[in-house]
Design a protein around this ligand. Structure first.
Ligand code: SF4
Length: 83
């Protein structure tokens, strides 16, 4: 039986490590450190996304982005002004 790799209220890293590595981690590794939000801010943003009703399987339904990428950019903002 195939493993269930879908979780509507989860970040990608929490339910699909393979997709996280290929879509998110790779981009984060390429991103200029000066462009990134500080780690504490990144974690805070993702914590807010994790409790948000717009989160759907790692994607924000308000903007269509992977939240783990959107939250990483220092200048990014939540489309619903939650962070
Ligand atoms: S609306 Fe904001 S808090 Fe909610 S998932 Fe999207 S980016 Fe995260």
């Amino acid at each position: 039986m195939e493993e269930n790799r879908y979780c509507r209220k989860c970040l990608l890293k929490d339910f699909d490590e393979e997709k996280y590595q290929s879509l998110i981690k790779k981009e984060l590794d390429w991103m200029d450190e000066e462009m990134k939000a500080p780690e504490t801010e990144y974690d805070k943003r993702l914590s807010i996304c994790s409790g948000c009703d717009k989160l759907s399987a790692g994607t924000c339904l308000a903007c269509g982005c992977f939240v783990e990428l959107r939250a990483a950019a220092k200048i990014a903002a939540c489309p619903k002004k939650k962070w």
